[in-house]
Design a protein around this ligand. Structure first.
Ligand SMILES: *Cc1c(COP(=O)(O)O)cnc(C)c1O
Length: 415
């Protein structure tokens, strides 16, 4: 049966595509499907075709789609108090900030600035670093920090930055995984080192052992800040509330600032910038930063529901356990040469490359995955995904890879 809910009069594939092309700025690229409904780890398109969502809106839908806790929090808050501006405070805003600080084990004097996206969370972090009186930032090759001008300057990929030059000055990128280069780049002019505990957009890459320790030592030695971008890794994704809390990832390091977004709202747009301790918290003074929607009641009420549900349903342990089993299953496949990540943030290197075609075949077969590079797939499924939904993909993957291998169509008689 065809489900046309939410699509108005658009029923045919070509029809929604032409409407999309005529109305939406093409900067985002071509959408793959028109999705109209979701439930748990499943989504449906306008033809009624069903997909297992192994990407979760890029590590956003931690509780999957249409989770009752989110629906309830959002409707209750919307029918109580939706928006108030920063001239006023609201109960969910205060409660969410306190909860995040507690989960981060942040010391007294720490604080939260709320925004509406990952890029904005990083913009706030950047403004904090400028208040050190220094403007040099050391970031890492392969990093992704967002698309606004400041966050873009931190982002390594030149293809993203070059069309918009001149960018925000002062950012130096050091080679990935090179601890000596990192230490050498941090000097008395350095305001901060900014890095992702695990790089998401470059393929779910772990820094070598000792790297975060080196970043902490180098920044401490010159009085610079260590900013960890946990927009993708935070909120249970890697099996801890925040990746830096996992001793194998964070190495016991305490950052000065962490930034959050994606999973925090479970689908509601929200970002957060945490300052650790009085010294960092005091760098921005009243009036120096803000946003109309900062910490609005709707987004913060949903954020609270997300954190409460992760806690109540023990989803950190679930992410660690199920993610571990999935990585083991993937690593056993001869078509996969390397598996990376932690918890339910997983990268896999395809022996024969062709990641885009494999992801396309997966989509046709009902799996949403992300070809994060030419040779690598990334998955970041909802933390509530079932064993069968996730592990089923490891079973299906060899067939999907075979279906796009050169000559596969001939062998199957053009099927
Ligand atoms: C997605 C992402 C961002 C940008 O977040 P937006 O909400 O898209 O602005 C920043 N940093 C990291 C590590 C991300 O994964």
């Amino acid at each position: 049966m065809t489900d046309t809910e939410g699509t108005g009069m658009m029923t045919g594939t070509s029809e929604w595509r032409s409407h999309h092309e005529a109305a939406i700025l093409p900067a985002l690229g071509r959408p793959q499907r028109l999705l109209v409904r979701g439930e748990g780890a499943l989504v449906w398109d306008e033809t009624g075709a069903q997909y297992v969502d192994l990407l979760a809106g890029i590590a956003v839908n931690a509780l999957g789609h249409a989770h009752p806790a989110i629906v309830e929090a959002l409707t209750a808050q919307a029918s109580t108090l939706g928006h108030i501006s920063n001239f006023f405070a609201s109960p969910p805003q205060i409660a969410l900030a306190e909860r995040i600080l507690a989960l981060a084990s942040a010391p007294v004097g720490s604080s939260v600035y709320f925004s509406n996206s990952g890029a904005e969370a990083n913009e706030a972090a950047l403004k904090i670093t400028r208040r050190t009186g220094r403007s040099k930032i050391v970031a890492v090759d392969g990093s992704f920090h967002g698309r606004t001008m400041g966050a873009l300057a931190l982002t390594a990929k030149t293809a993203y930055r070059e069309p918009f030059e001149p960018g925000v000055p002062g950012v130096v990128h050091v080679p990935f995984g090179d601890e000596a280069a990192l230490r050498a780049a941090v000097d008395a002019d350095t305001a901060a080192v900014v890095l992702e505990p695990i790089q998401g957009e470059s393929g779910v890459r772990r820094h070598p052992a000792g790297y975060l320790t080196a970043a902490r030592e180098a920044t401490d030695s010159v009085g610079a800040l260590l900013v960890l971008d946990e927009v993708q890794t935070g909120i249970g994704r890697t099996g801890s509330w925040f990746a830096f809390q996992d001793p194998h990832i964070g190495e016991g390091v305490t950052p000065d600032v962490i930034t959050l977004a994606k999973g925090l709202g479970g689908g509601m747009p929200i970002g957060a910038t945490l300052t650790f301790g009085d010294r960092v918290t005091g760098l921005l003074t009243p009036g120096q930063h803000g946003s109309t929607f900062s910490g609005n009641p709707l987004a913060t009420a949903v954020g609270l529901a997300v954190l409460t549900t992760i806690q109540d349903e023990d989803l950190l342990a679930r992410a660690a356990d199920l993610g571990g089993r999935m990585r083991t299953a993937l690593a056993a496949l001869p078509q996969i040469t390397e598996v990376s990540g932690a918890g339910l943030l997983i990268g896999m290197e395809l022996r024969d490359g062709n990641a885009k075609a494999v992801a396309g075949a997966a989509l046709d077969a009902g799996w949403i995955v992300n070809p994060v590079t030419e040779t690598r797939l990334r998955i970041a499924p909802p933390l509530i995904i079932t064993d069968d939904q996730l592990l089923g993909f490891a079973d299906a993957l060899p067939g999907l890879i075979a279906s796009v291998a050169p000559g596969a169509a001939d062998a199957e008689g053009g099927a």
